[in-house]
Design a protein around this ligand. Structure first.
Ligand code: NAG
Ligand code: NAG
Ligand code: NAG
Ligand code: NAG
Ligand code: NAG
Ligand code: NAG
Length: 366
């Protein structure tokens, strides 16, 4: 595709001697893909580095980044994260953090995700919560309109895919404050998260967004970090955080289905991260891993804490020699090898894993 449009571009410019028409003709409608990423640490390519407050993810240091980037970028993995691979599959460059002070190409999209961020404004203050990510997106919409004009900008926004990983931090924070919440209180909280999330999706729709893709909430009680903090669990998982994730995932599926029936042109994808990751944790060898329970990098039980030395960089920790043998790189984040597998499922997973559309189909759809 790339070389064909390049040839077409050369041909047009020979005839016209007009570099502007070359630029326009080299991107026939529907071909150029745009990816906007919203979310938490699972999708953060380093936005927190540019925050003034010292928050989660802002001080990420070596060995984060060791496998691919050769330096720490702010990503919580040894290498690339899921949005990096999704961009690669869409033939886009790796999307830089929105807050990185560079000349951005917003026609490719951008990444607003922030480690620690949640749907609710009260979740981890100091991180970029979803409402703040939405306000950054509105600034991008404005910039696209200034650059392309309203009509072209709207086309870009309608063709774009909006990829989300959000909610986990809201439930970690709820669980740490209410370890013994009643079922009705849990449901009420999930309703508040989903209510606010729905509001954000509707605003994106009103701005032109049509193609929404979610990675759902993971098995939150099975993170090495969770196990490291709860020695009484032994080799098991904490039930409550995973139960909250399951409640959230059911509500998320319902609300997206409802939005599809109410909003003309709205299409969505849900990747079942909960089960895809859970299966890798429980059956690592099925997916080419040697260890699904412990992290590659960290200290304490399951090396669940302090990868890179903890917040102040001074805590001792162990580092495995081959991260690709592990599902987990640190106590809450997967290795580049696992991230590639997860991204492949988001991109082209079968309907029982990613549905009703996968992201490749969302991009392909008019
Ligand atoms: C950080 O502070 C500087 C100087 O006050 C300001 O220009 C910048 O917008 C702030 N960054 C963020 C992400 O708030
Ligand atoms: C990281 O280092 C390896 C080995 O030196 C090199 O092949 C690779 O291109 C580097 N990666 C980046 C992103 O610079
Ligand atoms: C709350 O939950 C914790 C951990 O599950 C348990 O140890 C504790 O006894 C519970 N407290 C109450 C008041 O139920
Ligand atoms: C959104 O969250 C706030 C708490 O931050 C809550 O008061 C409000 O009711 C929620 N909105 C919806 C629509 O659920
Ligand atoms: C580093 O942080 C840990 C907590 O993570 C704390 O116990 C320790 O005292 C800190 N060390 C320094 C030198 O600040
Ligand atoms: C999904 O369906 C495929 C066959 O299309 C099957 O091989 C795979 O095991 C299924 N995955 C799950 C998680 O059910």
């Amino acid at each position: 595709m790339v070389s064909l449009s390049y040839l077409f571009c050369v041909f047009v410019s020979l005839l016209d001697d007009d570099p502007v028409s070359c630029h326009v003709q080299s991107k026939p409608e529907g071909e150029h893909k745009t990816l906007f990423v919203f979310g938490d640490s699972l999708f953060d390519p380093g936005n927190n580095k540019y925050l003034n407050s010292s928050v989660e993810g802002g001080s990420i240091s070596w060995p984060y980044g060791e496998t691919f980037f050769n330096h720490s970028t702010g990503r919580l993995s040894d290498g690339r994260i899921v949005p990096d691979f999704v961009a690669q599959f869409a033939e886009l460059p790796i999307l830089p953090p929105y807050l990185q002070p560079i000349a951005h190409h917003f026609t490719d999209g951008t990444n607003f995700a922030s480690a620690g961020g949640g749907v609710l404004v009260q979740t981890h203050p100091g991180t970029i919560n979803l409402p703040a990510q939405l306000s950054y997106f509105k600034a991008v919409v404005k910039s696209l309109k200034q650059k392309l004009g309203d009509v072209e900008a709207k086309k870009v926004l309608m063709r774009a895919v909006y990829l989300f990983s959000i909610g986990g931090n809201d439930y970690f924070s709820f669980y740490s404050e209410n370890p013994n919440a009643s079922q009705s209180y849990q449901r009420q909280y999930v309703g508040m998260v989903i209510g606010n999330l729905t509001g954000v999706l509707k605003e994106i729709y009103d701005l032109g967004g049509r193609k929404i893709a979610f990675q759902n909430a993971g098995p939150l009680g099975c993170l090495p970090a969770m196990k490291a903090r709860s020695p009484q669990l032994g080799s098991g998982c904490a039930e409550e955080p995973s139960a909250l994730a399951r409640l959230h995932n059911r509500a998320l599926a319902n609300v997206l289905k409802k939005l599809e029936s109410k909003l003309p042109g709205f299409k969505y994808s849900i990747f079942d991260y909960y089960n895809a990751l859970g299966d890798r944790v429980n059956n690592p060898s099925k997916y080419g891993f040697k260890n699904g329970k412990a992290a590659c990098c960290g200290s304490g039980a399951y090396r669940g804490m302090n990868c890179g030395g903890g917040r102040n960089g001074t805590e001792p920790y162990d580092l495995c020699s081959n991260p690709s043998e592990y599902v987990w790189f640190d106590g809450g984040h997967t290795t580049e090898t696992a991230n590639r597998q997860l991204a492949e499922l988001i991109w082209s997973g079968a309907p029982n894993v990613t549905g009703p559309y996968n992201v490749q189909q969302l991009f392909g759809h008019a």
